[in-house]
Design a protein around this ligand. Structure first.
Ligand code: NAD
Length: 483
């Protein structure tokens, strides 16, 4: 499908996400012809910019992300952008926005199609959704909405937000974006699992001892202390990215690759997600806060962070299912700030097997998601010049040339929104289940906080988080593979 007619409205058009991700991705889709003659983008934000100023910003964003561009193409592309100064809390501004959208629809023959993108602070999502509805901003063609993370703060607020959005949009038209689902190696999980007999046939508790997921960030909270202190690592990273990864790893094989079938497989799995009791939270979760170094602040001393904060900058925990191919297999995860390096990595640890050589290493399958993209399987073989077994890696990696062609996650996902493919977006029933899990952990922690003796480990920065994260393993023979 090419040259999709649409008027796209970006709430937060002067923001970081729009500049770094949305404008460059839209340009690439324009160059591919997916959007071309019949589209216009309205960027809205509070600042008093002009159309020309926004076009300059769009052009800068493209030059900052592309080595070589055809200047005429950039100019043509930017000419499709319009700026509307807009305070999302002011009802009258929606009236002006509606008029501009209609004018542009006529000018570009956009056939009444509208795409709304919420690219601003999450506290405004509900207000925007409500005003899209009461000011009738939707068009006479398709109406789709992309919602950034986080979708709610807990289950109750997520339900409230969902109610506000579904007043104007059907579930099929709501694209809850999780940019991890646009990443090359995350999109590789399904083909890896389902097309290789070597992998597919060992994907069960008979062979897999545990799975370990690490989303390590190198930086601290930087300027986002105020927001982060109301969120924490569990809500910021586990509720969305880590749970989507867990779901892709543990779900049963979908009957085909349609969006409906993939979401059905995810939902079948998630029914059997074990929601932890307070006792299990105590045993299976570790939370921590980073300490300071010579050059960096401790979390509690960061600007806009409560000095008595109980918000975690690190969490390690465990998820388990009672059904699906990995029923009963522990899936451990950890994420946090100020690790020794930035890395996203999944380790699938296989069980030992009895063998006549005695000592042999367990096989592991490792998927490196970021910053490198590769899969490697550790395998045992014969040592060359002495008796014994040695371990080698079989690696599946991309060449530099191939990596250069990999589109950014946002470009992939925006493409999917234009062609109406929801496969790689979060369905409401998945999100709801993730929040049920997260709420159980948050509530248990809250009780501990109120009792006045919360277990929050202070960890040294630029290592692997608190060493207590090794205590969550079910058996003493298990440990983090990535150290
Ligand atoms: P930002 O603070 O850079 O931008 C916010 C935008 O909202 C600005 O354009 C600002 O002018 C506008 N705005 C603020 N108050 C307004 C009001 N009352 N009326 C109208 N406009 C108003 O934020 P960001 O980093 O671009 O993030 C936006 C969303 O994207 C957030 O939900 C965030 O979680 C998500 N996100 C961002 C990134 C990223 O790389 N920046 C990555 C993933 C997700």
């Amino acid at each position: 499908m090419k040259n999709i007619p649409v008027i796209m409205i970006i709430f937060g058009g002067s923001g970081d996400l729009a500049h770094r991700k949305l404008y460059p991705s839209l340009f690439n889709l324009y160059e591919q012809g997916l959007i071309h003659d019949n589209f216009a983008v309205i960027g809205t934000a509070r600042r008093p910019w002009s159309h020309e100023y926004l076009r300059g910003q769009v052009s800068d964003a493209i030059h900052e992300t592309h080595d070589q561009v055809d200047e005429n193409e950039v100019k043509d592309f930017a000419s499709h952008f319009y700026y509307q100064s807009h305070d999302v809390t002011n009802v009258e501004h929606y009236e002006t926005l509606k008029k501009l959208a209609q004018e542009l629809d006529d000018r570009y023959s956009a056939q009444g199609n509208r795409l709304f993108y919420m690219a601003m602070a999450p506290r405004f999502f509900g207000t925007i959704a409500t005003h899209i509805n009461d000011q009738h901003l939707t068009g006479s063609g398709f109406n789709r909405i992309v919602v950034e993370k986080p979708f709610g703060h807990d289950l109750a607020s997520a339900e409230e937000l969902n109610k506000e959005i579904t007043a104007s949009f059907d579930e099929n038209d709501i694209f809850r974006i999780d940019h991890y689902l646009g990443k090359e190696m995350i999109q590789n999980i399904m083909p890896m699992r389902f097309t290789n007999p070597l992998i597919k046939n060992i994907w069960s508790g008979d062979y897999i001892k545990n799975i370990q997921i690490t989303l390590a960030e190198r930086l601290g909270v930087e300027a986002r202390g105020g927001y982060y202190d109301t969120s924490g690592a569990l809500r910021d990273m586990v509720q969305n990215h880590i749970f989507q990864i867990i779901t892709l790893l543990a779900m049963p094989e979908p009957k085909d690759l349609s969006s409906d079938s993939v979401h059905q497989a995810k939902q079948d799995l998630l029914k059997s997600l074990i929601i932890p009791t307070p006792e299990e939270v105590k045993n299976d979760f570790v939370r921590g806060q980073y300490l300071g170094s010579d050059t960096t602040f401790a979390y509690k001393k960061e600007p806009n962070v409560d000095p008595n904060s109980t918000t975690e900058t690190f969490v390690a925990g465990k998820a388990k299912f009672t059904s699906g191919p990995l029923a009963g297999v522990p899936i451990y995860f950890r994420t946090g700030k100020e690790f020794k390096e930035k890395k996203t990595r999944i380790d699938i640890v296989l069980k030992h097997i009895n063998n006549p050589y005695g000592q042999a290493h367990s096989n592991n399958i490792t998927i490196e998601v970021d910053p490198e993209s590769k899969i490697y399987i550790t395998i045992n073989g014969k040592k060359i010049d002495e008796p014994g077994i040695r371990r080698e890696d079989l690696t599946y990696a991309f060449s530099k040339e191939e990596m250069a062609k990999v589109p950014d996650g946002y470009e992939r996902l925006l493409h999917d929104v234009f062609v109406n493919d929801s496969t790689n977006f979060t369905h409401w029933s998945e999100l709801k289940r993730y929040w049920e899990f997260i709420d159980a952990v948050e509530n248990a922690w809250q009780k501990e906080n109120e009792a006045g003796n919360p277990e929050i480990t202070q960890y040294l920065p630029y290592r692997m988080g608190p060493k207590e994260s090794n205590d969550i393993f079910e058996s003493p023979t298990e440990h983090w593979i990535y150290e």
